[in-house]
Design a binder for this molecule. Structure first.
Ligand code: SF4
Length: 472
């Protein structure tokens, strides 16, 4: 058992299976002293959560513990389920926080049809019966011809393969047409877009020459909801320094637009975003203050009968309250990069994650795996290194961390921030942020009302994460 003080005078004990129990100082002291005189009901609870071991432990307990660990790791072990295709880097926006360089020029920024066809075929090398194919960019809808070609090719092959396949397109939606909607409806395609808050804030964060980015995205969301389905579009937001002052306004905008989810994400440390850190960046304290207020507002709306889920909190409560892991790549340990997810990039190469291909745009190609149409030998080296750098049982700092059943190092993040995937984990932003997020959620759980606990349990169901990645 590892113990953690998540708030003044508040402790939690966590077992290797991720089961936990709130502890007071006295119980903690008794446990640390391996005191035999714990109350009988507490002893039974601690045993059932694998926080203490019985000297008479039978084979059944060992098997049960193994099954619990297996359920937590199922998403890392089931093969590559998420396949990201980047058909083009073209984009009409010039967002300062964008993680990738972008251009309206097609030449040099668009995938060849030979690479695209080969990527579609490679997807079926994964043994997983359930696959998500996500199109990222740039803005994939600027090359709808390539998206359409890929979907048709994958579906043709799937007539034989019979996998469960879900398609997602991450886009500003500015190019969306009625004809595209008809195609998307026929082929089970979902759309993911960005809404950073009210129109004035969104248009500041995501400028285009005509200054009406929000209005264009909103009119396409409306079109998709009418022609595809009411829940065909999800949205996420990126927190800039400007956003920090408006947590209520941002959440209220999502409610006003009828979204049932909001994903409150910090600024990324990749590519353009990294170069603009001095202008756009903020501290973890600033982000957490913003995040806590925004989450509070989400809970406020739920208490008034408006269903809306904050995705980051859902990811955390999934770790704490569910037997089955939802498979969020950033918190898989060892990392899901290159294992649970693969990216087929416009440049003809495969990368282990969306962030790794963004890193390559800044000149760091150390995480490039191999050419889409090349031999697979280099894959093994990159994936082995990523695994070695993210195995929480052997990484200093994680080995002793109470949250190590839920979390682990993010080697791609470490490479981006420190130039090495083996950077000391406790110095990474990923670690500092997740310590705070887990502490904050334990604090909420320790004071939650019955209704709030019910809400968190409903958020914890893993189905919500299927196919969800770090959409642009
Ligand atoms: S990355 Fe940080 S919070 Fe996560 S398990 Fe490792 S030490 Fe703990």
């Amino acid at each position: 058992m590892r113990a953690r003080r998540f708030a003044p005078l508040k402790y939690v004990g966590i077992s290797t299976t991720g089961d936990w129990e709130f502890l007071n100082e006295q119980t903690l002291a008794m446990l640390e002293a391996q005191h035999a005189e714990l109350p009988i009901d507490l002893t039974a609870r601690l045993l059932s959560k694998f926080l203490i071991e019985s000297p008479h432990q039978g084979n059944g307990t060992v098997l049960l513990k193994k099954a619990r660990l297996g359920a937590k790791r199922a998403t890392v072990q089931s093969g590559t389920t998420l396949h990201i295709i980047v058909p083009t880097l073209q984009c009409a926006h010039s967002c300062q926080y964008c993680q990738v360089s972008r251009s309206l020029e097609s030449v040099g920024h668009t995938m060849s049809t030979e690479d695209l066809d080969a990527a579609c075929d490679l997807i079926f090398d994964s043994p997983s019966r359930t696959l998500t194919v996500e199109f990222q960019g740039g803005d994939p809808l600027l090359r709808f011809d390539l998206v359409e070609r890929a979907i048709l090719r994958i579906q043709q092959r799937n007539a034989v393969e019979q996998r469960a396949i879900r398609f997602v397109i991450a886009s500003t939606l500015h190019q969306l047409t009625s004809d595209m909607c008809v195609f998307f409806k026929a082929h089970n395609v979902y759309l993911s877009t960005s809404i950073d808050g009210p129109a004035w804030l969104h248009n500041k964060n995501r400028p285009i020459r005509e200054k009406d980015s929000y209005e264009r995205t909103w009119s396409s969301i409306d079109l998709a909801r009418r022609l595809i389905s009411a829940d065909s579009v999800s949205a996420l937001m990126t927190t800039t320094r400007l956003s920090l002052q408006y947590p209520h306004e941002i959440v209220d905008e999502y409610v006003r637009l009828g979204f049932r989810e909001i994903f409150i994400r910090p600024l990324s440390s990749y590519g353009f975003a990294k170069r603009n850190q001095a202008k756009l960046g903020y501290s973890i304290d600033d982000f957490m203050a913003f995040y806590d207020t925004a989450l509070e507002r989400v809970l406020w709306w739920n208490a008034r009968g408006v269903e809306i889920r904050e995705v980051y909190a859902a990811i955390i409560v999934n770790k704490l309250l569910s037997t089955f892991d939802a498979g969020f790549v950033d918190l898989q340990s060892p990392t899901g990069a290159g294992v649970g997810v693969l990216v087929y990039n416009y440049d003809g190469y495969i990368y282990p994650s969306d962030e790794a291909r963004m890193l390559a745009e800044t000149g760091d190609q150390s995480l490039r795996m191999r050419a889409i149409r090349g031999p697979a030998d280099k894959d093994v080296h990159v994936v082995t290194q990523l695994r070695k750098a993210s195995e929480p049982d052997s990484v200093d700092g994680c080995q002793t961390c109470a949250y190590h059943a839920y979390c682990g190092p993010n080697p791609v993040d470490a490479q981006a921030q420190h130039g090495s995937m083996f950077a000391p984990v406790r110095s990474t932003e990923h670690c500092a942020r997740h310590l705070r997020l887990f502490d904050g959620m334990f604090e909420r759980l320790s004071t939650a009302s019955e209704d709030q606990l019910d809400l968190f349990h409903s958020w914890a169901q893993p189905a919500f994460m299927r196919g969800r990645v770090c959409e642009k």
